[in-house]
Design a protein around this ligand. Sequence first.
Ligand code: ADP
Length: 506
Amino acid sequence: MSTPHLPKRPPNSCGKPRYRPMRIALMSSEAVPFSKTGGLADVAGTLFKEYTGMGLDVSLFVPLYDSTVKRLHNRLVNLELEIDIPIGNEVKKCRVFSDQGLGREPKGKGTVYFVANEEYFGRSELYGPAEGDYPDNDARFTFFCRSVLEICIRLDLQFDVLHCNDWQTGLIPLYLKTLYRNESVFKNARTVLTIHNMGYQGLFPPSALGITGLGHEFFHPEGIEFYGKVNFLKAGLISADILTTVSPTYAREILLPEKGFGLDSVLKKRADALFGVLNGIDTSEWDPASDSLLHDKYSKTALEGKARCKQELMSRCSLAGTQETPLLCFIGRLSSQKGIDLLVEAMDELISAGTDLFILGKGDDRFQRLLSEQAGRYPGRIYFRVGFDEAMAHLAYAGADIFLMPSIYEPCGLGQMIAMRYGTIPVAYSTGGLVDTIVAADGPDKTGFLFDDHTPASFAEEVRKALLIFRRKETWHKLITNAMEKDFSWERSAVMYLELYGKPLN
Ligand code: ADP
C-alpha cells in the first residue's frame, strides 16, 4: 500500500503536462450535478469534470434516478437503445440516455450515459428511505453493473480503464474476469476500484448469487462470500486490477481490524495494489468569492462578506447570538459514522461554553429524534434542520465560525475541506482523511483542531481550545487565512489517478 508519486512527464508547448491518450470510463451510483447523497457524488462528478477539462476522453455511467430526470428533464437525450439485462430468472429492460447540455462544453470529450429502468431507479431515494435500504438493492445494482457492460458492448466502447466506485459497482471487475471475459471490447481494459467507505459493502442474502448470475462456485471465503452473505464490495476487492481509497491515512487504517470492517485480511492480500489518493473538492463550485448561492461573497483579503453571511444565517435560523457568539456548524449524513452520538452527548457542554449551533442533516430516524429533542431544549441557541439542502449548506459553510466533524472514521471527508475553503475552522476527530487535510499542530500553518479520544469530553475540550483562539481576533484571523489558502483542488489527485491507470501491473 502506498501513495503514488506525481508523474514527471515533459510539459507540452502550453506548459501543461502531457497524458498518455486513454479512454476512461467512470462508473458511480451517484455523481454531481445529477444525483447526490454524499461525498461519492462530489468525487465522481468532479473527477469527470476535471478529466473533461484536461481534454481527456472520458465517459461517466450513472443511474437515471427520478431526481435526475427532474433536474435535467429537457436536456436528456434518448439514445434509442433497449437492452435486455438478465436479473436472476427475469429479464429487465435497460434504456440509455445522455445529457445534451454537456455536448456544448467547449473542451474535452465527456459523455454521460444514464442507465434507466423505471422499476429500479424511478424512486424517491437513491438507496432507500430513513428506515433502511430498499430490499432489492442487490437487483438494482446488479442491473446497473451489467447494463454498463452491455452498453459498452452494444456501442463498441473500448475503454482502457474502467474506474469503479464503491460496492454498487463492485461486481464489474468480477464480471470482466468471468461472465464477460471473452468480450473483445474489454480485452485492453484494466479495472480500478475506489473504496470510498469500507462501512458500506453491499451485503445481501445468498439468494443474491442467483440475481447476479454468478455461480455457487464464488460462494466461499476466497470468493464473494462474507459470513454467510454475498458481499458486492468484496467482489471488486478480489478482482479489480488496482484498488484505491480516498486518503493515504485511510489506506493504512483499512488494513487494520478496527477499520477494515471484516475485510482487512482480504485487503492485506492486495496491499501491493492498494493506493491512497486524497480527494479534492470542486473549487469552482465551492468558492466564497463567486458562490452563486451566497448573497454576500468574500475572500481571504476581504472577509466582511463572511460576517454578513453569519448575520444572514443567524437570522434565517432564528439564532439569538451576535457576531461575537461562536457559531458552530455540522452538515452531514445522520449516521453513527459521523459521530452524531458524540455530538448529542457533547451538546450541553458546547452550549454552556457560549456557542450557538447549526445542524443540517438527513439520515437515521434515531438521530433525527435525538437531535430534535436537544434542539427543542435550546430555542434560539440550536437550529436543527432535517433535509438535504444545497443552498442552506453553502450559507452555513460561509456563515459559521467552526465546523464540527466528530466522525468515528472518515475515509477522506469533504466537509472539512469545504469549510476551510470558506474560512470556517474545523474541529474534527483524528482519523483518516481528516488527519491528511487539517493542519492541527500549533504553529504558523495551523488550519484546525483534531482530538484524539473519541469521547464527548475530549471533543468538547477541543472545541473549548478553539474557542480560546476564537476570542483572540488576530490569531483567529491567521487561522482563517491559512485555511482559505490551502489547495484542495482536484488537479493533483486527477494526475495521480492517471498515473495509476498507466502503472504496470504486478
Ligand atoms: P460522506 O460522503 O461520508 O457523506 P463527505 O464529507 O465526504 O461525507 O461528503 C458529504 C458531502 O455531502 C459534502 O459535500 C456535504 O456538504 C454534503 N452534505 C451532506 N449532508 C448534507 C445535507 N443535509 N444538505 C446538504 N449537503 C449535505
